[in-house]
Ligand binder design. Structure first.
Ligand code: HGY
Ligand code: MN
Ligand code: MN
Length: 407
């Protein structure tokens, strides 16, 4: 291997101590103190590696290693250091710290590259605190207006901009599209394909589109006892029937189609009161835009039908979305030949998880590298991986980055 596995593992384990949870995961919601601590640690390591750190208006961090043609569009590699609530210690940090290990390796071996290399830590890749996901890369790619991102509020009413300033990461550099030579992102697969097939590396050639909705159903609060059933406007019943209908949508569209209701709240939440206000989210994904549009139609149709049935008001708000995107064959080819150089088994695949690579692909040739995680589990404290898989992924990233930085 080109890289130094022990050094890479030590950095991963030190980063995993920030926001560490009792269950072995991490809680590093974007723009919290834990996120700031992770950013500070990454900044210190970037400085130790002699990198020039730029922070932009969205808090995206770009640690630059000079290239022989230092004004050439950079070869970028990165991911994110924020997590979902009680998430895993590999999701995101693997890609940022593998890129750091790649640069440390080039420094050790005194290898220069034509292009500068930029390691990226994207702000708010995950999204649960400040939807939508991939917010920092979305603004960077010009897909999301900066002002809209700044005004986003979390469930406690905290404003994105205020939290970004509070942790001291509202940078000066413009967060706006610029040309990139290439972008590579190493990530755990977060699914079962590589593990079930015993394949070591995924050459990721594209990424699913996703849509996030928030549905509100309002009925009438009343007494659970004397209110006859035919006189009720029960928001929970309408929501429950809608959620059951949403569960049937993927099977009607495609075996790889997915839909999830992850957030749910109701009021007043008292045992003897008919609920009058229920809110829930819907996350649905696929590689074909037409199927995403059809799913949207079916979900909205179900919500309006069940609301009418129970005489409820219904509001459906889109809170995030990105279109399916094919990555670059050339960069995917660099990943493939990096696997062949090291004799790692590999297969082509698409990502059903959202990643910042989706937006990097709008600015330059992009591809991703997947490595297996245990049982394909992620977004949970049990997320885990075999360190040999982490080393192989970092090795492939380093070799592929050498190719794209000299392309
Ligand atoms: O939701 C996603 O797919 C990503 O983990 N934010
Ligand atoms: Mn991730
Ligand atoms: Mn994630």
């Amino acid at each position: 291997m080109l890289i130094n596995p022990d050094r890479f593992r030590r950095s991963m384990e030190e980063m995993a101590r920030i926001g560490a949870t009792k269950g072995g995961g991490v809680n590093r919601l974007t723009l919290t103190d834990a996120d700031r601590e992770a950013r500070d640690l990454f900044a210190a390591w970037a400085d130790d590696a002699g990198l020039d750190l730029q922070i932009d208006e969205m808090g995206n961090m770009f640690a630059k290693r000079a290239g022989r043609e230092n004004d050439a569009p950079p070869a970028m590699a990165g991911s994110h250091l924020d997590s979902v609530p009680n998430g895993g210690r590999f999701d995101g940090s693997l890609g940022v710290l593998a890129a750091l290990e790649a640069v440390r390796t080039l420094n050790d071996k005194n290898i220069s590259t034509r292009r500068p290399i930029e390691i990226v830590n994207w702000t708010n890749e995950e999204g649960p605190r400040f939807p939508p996901s991939m917010l920092g890369s979305g603004v960077f790619a010009g897909a999301i207006p900066l002002e809209a991102a700044y005004e986003t509020r979390d469930s406690q009413g905290a404003r994105f901009l205020d939290e970004l300033e509070r942790i001291g990461y509202r940078g000066e550099a413009p967060c706006a599209p610029r040309s990139i030579g290439s972008y590579l992102e190493l990530h755990i697969e977060q699914g079962p394909a590589l593990v079930s097939e015993g394949v070591q590396v995924g050459v990721v050639e594209g990424i699913f589109g996703l849509t996030w909705l928030r549905v509100t159903m309002k009925g009438e609060r009343d007494h659970a006892g004397p209110t006859p059933m035919h006189m009720r406007r029960d928001a929970l019943v309408g929501a429950a029937r809608t959620i059951a209908a949403i569960r049937e949508v993927p099977a009607r569209l495609h075996p790889e189609f997915v839909a999830t209701v992850g957030e749910f709240s109701l009021s007043p939440g008292a045992i003897n009161v008919i609920p009058d206000d229920v809110r829930f989210s819907v996350d649905f994904r696929h590689s074909e835009p037409e199927l995403l549009a059809e799913a949207r139609r079916l979900i909205e149709e179900a919500a309006h039908r069940e609301a009418a049935e129970e005489n409820l008001e219904v509001e459906i708000q889109e809170v995030g979305g990105s279109t399916p995107t094919a990555f670059d064959a050339g960069v995917a080819g660099a990943v493939r030949s990096a696997c062949e150089e090291s004799g790692y088994s590999h297969r082509s695949m698409w990502s059903a998880a959202g990643h910042d690579a989706r937006y990097a692909a709008d600015l330059g040739p992009t591809a991703m590298i997947f490595v297996p995680c245990i049982a394909g589990k992620s977004h949970s404290e049990e997320e885990d991986m075999d360190w040999e898989d982490a080393y192989r992924g970092c090795d492939v990233l380093t070799r592929a980055l050498l190719k794209t930085a000299d392309s």
